[in-house]
Design a protein around this ligand. Structure first.
Ligand SMILES: Nc1ncnc2c1ncn2[C@@H]1O[C@H](COP(=O)(O)OP(=O)(O)OP(=O)(O)O)[C@@H](O)[C@H]1O
Length: 400
């Protein structure tokens, strides 16, 4: 059974946020369901420069004040893609909704270019939205769905030409006459994208846009999105908890934890130079060993904290002890081997029963190691690549 409705607000309203003049729709369907809003076209076609200053959003809950966003500063440069990444409940979507004007901040400000946009209405923000739960009208064709955004805004342009241009942009040429049910999930999401871009917004907000799709389609859409953003020049903010998506797509990644930004910067900077134990643990894989373990001690890594982490690929492995003990190594036994296609994971057990993983590419393993279970190996980890931490440093439980 199909249910369709048009309503004024795209999302369940929350305290103090009553977006005006938005048209959205939700449909019960077997495929992905999407929601979307299109606001007025901008006066300039270039992307918006978004600056978020000391943004705070507290919610009153039965358990007390909930600090969903607790003093966030983010700069989003024009025509770039910024990914908001973080564990569930860390405040990503709340910040996106604040930027959209769907939530009223408890404190702080939002600047669009150099203009204070904190109190702007949603439609005055000139934003395109794509949500995972974006509803396409099932009784309208693809072209009519895209045209919808233009019609509700009464834009004085050639609608048919605009729709054809948008179909070409999202590589759905020739599919304008199809109905959403005749499209794959990935194609529907591209229609959602075309619809969000129909009014030529200066800012595109995407909330887990590919969440309902499989890995291969996600990858294709990612590449498509990157090209679209480059060609249209729209500033884009994407909320995701898929790290690969964030690091592959974004010019800048902003990592959230407990309503705060733990680190923001270029993807490679965050990967190579994690600033906190939370980032180190959250981004990429880590081995965790006690600070009192044989490994930590022998590597002369000293920390006042109880635990030590390091990346599996930071292990240097020797099949026999290095000559004259340089570098200094610790003996371990090969306890397990997992063959994961292009990656081989070994489990190494030290003589104090502490374990760690070693990750090798298949080629590395075949050419240099090919370790036998039970064999003895010698492990070196540069102490500079180690980080000391306490369990509480990596806790991501939202704070109430
Ligand atoms: N209207 C509200 N009232 C009370 N609490 C809320 C409200 N909206 C969001 N929250 C809480 O704020 C926290 C942050 O939510 P938010 O949706 O921003 O997280 P998120 O990082 O996007 O998480 P996810 O990846 O799971 O969507 C959550 O714990 C959520 O329960």
């Amino acid at each position: 059974m199909e249910r369709e409705m048009i309503r004024e607000s795209p999302l369940p309203p929350s305290a103090g946020s009553e977006p005006r003049g938005l048209a959205t729709l939700s449909i019960d369907d077997t495929g992905p369901v999407y929601e979307g809003i299109i606001t007025d076209p901008p006066t300039r076609p270039t992307g918006l420069y978004v600056r978020v200053r000391n943004m705070v959003k507290h919610f009153n809950t039965a358990k007390g004040l909930f600090r969903a966003v607790d003093g966030v500063d983010v700069d989003i440069e024009p025509s770039t893609i910024v990914a908001l990444l973080g564990p569930s409940g860390s405040g990503k979507t709340t910040l996106l909704r604040l930027i959209a004007g769907l939530e009223q901040p408890t404190g702080g400000s939002i600047l669009f270019d150099d203009v204070d946009a904190t109190d702007l209405s949603v439609q005055d923000r000139q934003i395109g939205f794509v949500f995972q739960s974006y509803a396409l009208f099932n009784h309208k064709t693809v072209a009519e769905n895209i045209k919808f955004g233009l019609e509700v805004r009464k834009l004085n342009i050639d609608h048919d030409k605009r729709v054809q241009d948008l179909l070409a942009l999202v590589q759905l040429q020739g599919l304008g006459d199809r109905y959403p049910r005749q499209l794959s999930g990935g194609q529907r999401q591209r229609v959602a994208m075309a619809r969000a871009l129909a009014s030529n917004p200066r800012l595109l907000l995407l909330d887990e846009p590919f969440g309902a799709l499989d890995a291969v389609v996600r990858k294709q859409l990612r590449a498509g999105l990157r090209e679209i953003v480059r060609s249209v020049g729209v500033t884009t903010i994407i909320v995701t908890h898929d790290q690969e998506e964030a690091f592959d797509l974004a010019d800048k990644v902003v990592v959230f934890n407990r309503g705060l930004v733990e680190q923001q910067g270029k993807p490679t900077d965050i990967i190579k130079h994690p600033r906190t134990p939370f980032i180190m643990k959250f981004v990429g894989e880590t081995n965790v060993v006690p600070a009192t373990s044989l490994l930590a001690k022998r590597m002369r890594f000293s920390t006042p904290r109880s635990l030590v982490m390091f990346r599996p690929h930071d292990i240097k492995l020797f099949k026999s002890p290095p000559v004259e003990d340089t570098p200094v190594t610790v003996a371990a036994t090969v306890a397990d081997k997992a063959n994961l296609g292009w990656t081989i994971k070994y489990l190494l057990r030290f003589d104090d029963d502490v374990e760690c993983e070693l990750h090798l590419t298949r080629d590395q393993d075949e050419n240099d190691y090919n370790l036998v279970l039970g064999s003895r190996v010698f492990v070196y980890v540069n102490p500079k690549s180690m980080m000391g931490f306490n369990k509480s440093d990596i806790d991501s439980t939202p704070l109430v």
